[in-house]
Design a protein around this ligand. Structure first.
Ligand SMILES: [Zn+2]
Length: 115
């Protein structure tokens, strides 16, 4: 079977994964949990990417949207076993990015709201 957390192939009798040490859900649910974890992992990575893009791009209005999306993805990705820390970082960066964008618009509305 495959580890339900990290996806490595492990012995069917293992109750704990030798790779990552996580407890195994045995039986037919293993693949389901692995799939679920995979989706959460992906959300964490994508969310972090969006949050980072929102933080770095010099376009406050678009930033805000990307940053909020990234933050939402990351909050869902917080449960990710592999990328939980990445997701947590994404939440922080996402929120900072959105606040930063709002501040920029408020401070210099002429520059950013022109178009
Ligand atoms: Zn594992």
């Amino acid at each position: 079977m495959y580890c339900c957390t990290c996806g490595k192939a492990i012995d069917d009798t293992c109750r704990y994964c030798p790779e990552c040490g996580s407890q195994q859900v045995t039986g037919q649910f293993t693949n389901y949990y692995y799939q679920l974890n995979k989706e959460t992992d992906q959300l964490a990575v994508w969310g972090f990417g969006c949050a980072l893009a929102g933080f770095c791009l010099p376009l406050p209005l678009i930033d805000c949207i990307i940053g909020i999306m990234g933050t939402i993805f990351c909050i869902k990705g917080l449960k990710s076993a592999r990328h939980g820390k990445l997701a947590a970082a994404g939440v922080v960066i996402g929120i900072l990015g959105v606040i930063g964008s709002i501040m920029l618009v408020l401070l210099e509305p002429d520059v950013y709201l022109e178009w």
